[in-house]
Every structure is written in structure tokens, then in C-alpha cells.
Design a protein around this ligand. Structure first.
Ligand SMILES: [Zn+2]
Length: 262
């Protein structure tokens, strides 16, 4: 029987690290994506793309990345370019033409292996573990902290929170909800086998996310929420509550909940 192909984490991570070393980048301000792309033989253009966030067209050793000119946030544009550079570096033998949607770039939980690999590459390129991890150890994963890291690394708040889940050794999860319904979630290594949250269900009634959808004034600091309110299955967590802080995204009808244990 054929096995479903599994995305690699090691390869895209190693490739992004190789580029940091090769070009001697020391901080995020050294990483100018257009310059890096040019050095790799790729031109980046902003264009009218309709349904995709970005394209990559490959012709031998040269490529063109087209990024949708409707992307408003600088961090999202940077992630899109980094994602296409991931395809450029990793998927030469897969296809000569990639067309990638915003779902391909956000949803690491359900995307196809090449998309997940391009996202792993983009996360490591934009938020290298050796810089990200020390910054992260200093603080609780609050919305303010995610904002600070997003500014420091020039990334979106969603990809920054996702990166915290990637690299933290603590109990941390993020949950994206839209129009009152849980869309997806991601937990840190320490937490992921100990609980389950059911995507597709309504956000818990007593969560801070629910306060956002009800149009209530949001708390100024993290709130304690009963663990059982947030998770649909407890696989051995002994804590009684999560701390929840949220990042409201009203223009998308979305809210990102940051959940952690102390
Ligand atoms: Zn892609």
C-alpha cells in the first residue's frame, strides 16, 4: 500500500539555516528578501494575482516570484516571498510552477507536504531558532509579547505565535477562531499529546475569544479560563485553567487565542 508522503521538517530547516550562514546574516535587519532572492536567481515582483497570494515560475536557474499586490500587511507579504523561496530551494524536481494561496501559507495543519515544507522553510528563514528562542525565554506568551516579536522579525502575528508553538519548551497553544467557530489550533511539543481541541465547534462560551465575538470590551490582561472549557479531550493534563490572551483581527472576523499554563 502506498503511504501518504510526509513533509520533511529537517530539510527545509537546514536549508534556511544554510542561507543565513552562507550570506552571513546576523539579525533580521540583514535579511532583505528581495536581495536574497536576487542572489538565488529569483526576481520578486508585485502583481495582480486574483486568487493566489504568490506564484513561483521557474525556468532553469532563473525564477520569478509574483506576490499579490492586494496583501496589505508587510509581514504577510514577507512570509509569502519566503514561502516561494522555500519552493525555489526545495522543490526543483516537483514542479516548475507553483501557485500558492493564503490557506497554503497559514494552514500548516492540513496543507500538502510541499506547502508545509515551504512554510517550515519560511518560518526558519524569517524567525531563525537561534535568534527566536532567546527572545522568547524572557516573557510569557502574551499578545503584547507576540506583537513585540512580530515587529522585531517583520512577521505576522499569526506566524509569530505559530513559531512560539514550534520552539517553546513550555505548555502553549494557539487557537484561531472565525465568526464564533474554532478554525484551527496548534500546540507546543509539551502540550500537543495531552489535549485535543475540536475544530468546527463554537468557541467556548466563557473564553476571551467569545467576548470578542460578543462585541464585549476585552480584558486588559490575560484571563484564567477553565481548562475544560477550552479543550474537548483531556489526555492527562492536571492543570485547572489556561491563561488566555487574545489578538483580535476584526477586519478578518477572526481572533487568535493564546493559551498557556504557568
Ligand atoms: Zn506554496
Amino acid at each position: 500500500m502506498r503511504q501518504k508522503p510526509k513533509p520533511s521538517v529537517a530539510l527545509p530547516t537546514a536549508e534556511a539555516s544554510r542561507l543565513w550562514n552562507l550570506y552571513g546574516f546576523e539579525s533580521s535587519s540583514d535579511l532583505v528578501l528581495e536581495d536574497l532572492a536576487m542572489a538565488l536567481g529569483v526576481v520578486v515582483l508585485d502583481d495582480d494575482l486574483k486568487s493566489a497570494d504568490a506564484w513561483l515560475v521557474r525556468k532553469g536557474d532563473n525564477g520569478i516570484i509574483r506576490v499579490s499586490n492586494t496583501i496589505a500587511e508587510a509581514g504577510r507579504r514577507r512570509f509569502a516571498v519566503a514561502h516561494e523561496l522555500g519552493h525555489w530551494s526545495l522543490h526543483k524536481s516537483v514542479t516548475q510552477m507553483m501557485s500558492c494561496t493564503s490557506a497554503d501559507m497559514l494552514a500548516r495543519y492540513k496543507a500538502s507536504p510541499p506547502e508545509m515544507e515551504a512554510n517550515t522553510f519560511a518560518a526558519e528563514l524569517l524567525m531563525p531558532r537561534h535568534l527566536f528562542q532567546p527572545a522568547m525565554r524572557q516573557s510569557r506568551p502574551t499578545s503584547q509579547f507576540v506583537n513585540e516579536l512580530a515587529n522585531q522579525f517583520g512577521t505576522t502575528r499569526t506566524s509569530t505565535a505559530y513559531r512560539i508553538a514550534d520552539v517553546t519548551e513550555d505548555y502553549f497553544a494557539l487557537v484561531m477562531s472565525k465568526d464564533g467557530v474554532i478554525k484551527w489550533w496548534q500546540a507546543s511539543e509539551a502540550l500537543k499529546d495531552l489535549m485535543w481541541i475540536e475544530a468546527g465547534e463554537a468557541v467556548p462560551r466563557y473564553s476571551v475569544a467569545a467576548q470578542f465575538f460578543n462585541g464585549e470590551e476585552l480584558p486588559k490582561k490575560p484571563e484564567k479560563i477553565d481548562l475544560d472549557d477550552w479543550i474537548s479531550e483531556n489526555k492527562g493534563l492536571e492543570a485547572e485553567y489556561f491563561y488566555e490572551d487574545v489578538i483580535p483581527m476584526p477586519s478578518y472576523g477572526q481572533v487568535l487565542s493564546l493559551l498557556w499554563l504557568e
